[in-house]
Design a protein around this ligand. Structure first.
Ligand code: 5RP
Length: 230
């Protein structure tokens, strides 16, 4: 499913585009497919802007020409995965702790294309997947208390194969927060959380996604369904 959506996303890339390169396993497959098309000469003159250390290393290894956010004022097409997508195209992202740069890239993209498998499509956000919030290390307990006052129970994301917490590409920590009844008003909550002192950014992506490609498997055959925001 992930390969099928990654391929379908790369099919939307035209020569000469400035591209936002997302993070996570689905975005990595997309970057690999893009690298193949650049190396075969099928796609020319594109410039990629990675949203994470992961994407920067992968794209660099594949020979994809890169630039940086500070060098552009607009991106033609950003392609990225998501952890949850609701019926209004609102997203939770940040499962890979990369949502700060991912949101910066999505915010200046003419088109933000989201690539997910069907397990990511939900009726309501945050009933299952916890909302990632990037916080300054010195502020994590204070932010946890503020989130609690808003009805959110959060935990510090711990690293695998390293003692202690996950440290983001910006050198910060991640609180993963769950609200008991899910998220009713994503736009309001996004602002409310970002107003807490010590919060850098949260993983609610509101009114950013233009199209969502959903990979499905039916009778053992992978297919891609395109959902467009109306
Ligand atoms: C990283 C992200 C990813 O796009 C999201 O976690 C989806 O990842 P995957 O494609 O591996 O399921 O937001 O911060």
């Amino acid at each position: 499913m992930k390969k099928a959506v990654a391929q379908a996303a790369v099919d939307q890339i035209d020569n000469g585009m400035v591209l936002g390169l997302g993070s996570g396993s689905t975005a990595a497959l997309m970057i690999e497919a893009l690298g193949q098309k650049i190396n075969s000469g099928e796609i020319k003159d594109v410039l990629g802007i990675p949203t994470s250390f992961q994407g920067e290393v992968l794209a660099g290894d594949l020979g994809i020409p890169l630039t940086s956010l500070s060098a552009v004022s607009q991106i033609d097409l950003a392609i990225d995965g998501a952890d949850e997508v609701d019926p209004s195209f609102q997203l939770i992202k940040g499962g890979g702790a990369c949502h700060v740069q991912e949101k910066l890239v999505a915010a200046i993209s003419k088109k933000f294309l989201v690539v997910v498998d069907s397990s990511k499509v939900v009726e309501k956000l945050n009933l299952d997947f916890k909302l990632p919030v990037e916080v300054l290390p010195v502020a994590w307990k204070q932010v946890r208390k503020s989130l609690e006052d808003m009805g959110g129970i959060s935990e510090l994301r711990m690293a695998q194969r390293k003692a202690g917490p996950v440290v983001t590409d910006q050198g910060n920590l991640i609180l993963d927060v769950i609200f008991k009844n899910g998220i009713d008003l994503p736009k309001a909550l996004e602002s409310q959380i970002n107003n807490i002192p010590g919060v850098l950014e949260n993983g609610l992506f509101v009114n950013l996604a233009d199209e969502v490609l959903v990979g499905e498997i039916n009778d053992g055959i992978a297919s891609v369904n395109s959902l467009k925001r109306v």
